[in-house]
Design a protein around this ligand. Structure first.
Ligand SMILES: CC(C)(COP(=O)(O)OP(=O)(O)OC[C@H]1O[C@@H](n2cnc3c(N)ncnc32)[C@H](O)[C@@H]1OP(=O)(O)O)[C@@H](O)C(=O)NCCC(=O)NCCS
Length: 173
């Protein structure tokens, strides 16, 4: 195991959850639901193929998790999106969770995780149909974070947001 420096957090390594390396117990983003997901559920979801969990650390082999996000396949009913789609289900990717440890808030880690997720969505969309990246925000304040990066509301409510793959492609990631 490599000793982890707390500052500065760059360069950031984003890698898949490895239960033998990453310390899920000490992670604290300030939201119990997101801490508990990482501690108790994330590994099971990976095993069952429900989600892929991406972990940010400050250097390779580092045990301390500074942030994480999850990606899963999903689909939307056409009326969840603005406009007509012409299909029964609209294929999409779900960014189900995204969190940064409190000690690292405000250091640009959340945006880097979001960029990583968008790049993954773009790469996947070249192999399978993906219309949009969907996010489920925990609360209104979290939704503001996504709105800042051009996510728009689905018709199902202000905490469900999306960005089309076309718009992600225009970012030149
Ligand atoms: C929301 C969260 C992921 C942001 O992570 P972070 O690493 O602190 O954010 P960053 O430093 O990357 O911020 C990037 C930009 O977003 C802005 N920002 C951060 N949180 C924001 C929020 N809740 N609303 C609006 N903007 C926000 C920052 O001010 C910064 O803007 P700037 O570049 O113009 O200065 C983090 O606060 C967190 O983990 N919160 C608890 C869990 C949570 O709410 N997750 C949300 C998904 S459910």
């Amino acid at each position: 195991m490599v000793a982890c420096q707390s500052m500065p957090p760059t360069p950031l390594i984003i890698e898949r959850l490895d239960r033998t390396v990453h310390d899920r117990v000490t992670f604290d983003c300030g939201e119990t639901e997101l801490n508990d997901y990482l501690k108790f559920i994330a590994r099971q979801h990976v095993d069952k193929g429900y989600a892929q969990v991406w972990i940010a650390v400050t250097k390779p082999g580092c045990t301390q998790i500074v942030g994480y996000y999850t990606l899963s396949m999903t689909s939307l009913a056409p009326d969840e999106l603005q406009g007509k789609s012409g299909v029964r289900r609209v294929p999409a990717l779900l960014l189900g969770k995204l969190a940064v440890d409190k000690r690292y808030h405000g250091q640009g880690i959340g945006i880097r995780l979001l960029m990583h997720a968008q790049r993954s969505a773009l790469l996947l969309s070249r192999q399978v149909g993906v219309h949009a990246l969907i996010v489920d925000a925990l609360h209104e304040q979290a939704a503001d974070f996504y709105r800042k990066y051009d996510f728009e509301e689905l018709t199902t409510g202000p905490l469900h947001l999306y960005k089309t793959i076309k718009d992600i492609a225009r970012m030149g990631l």
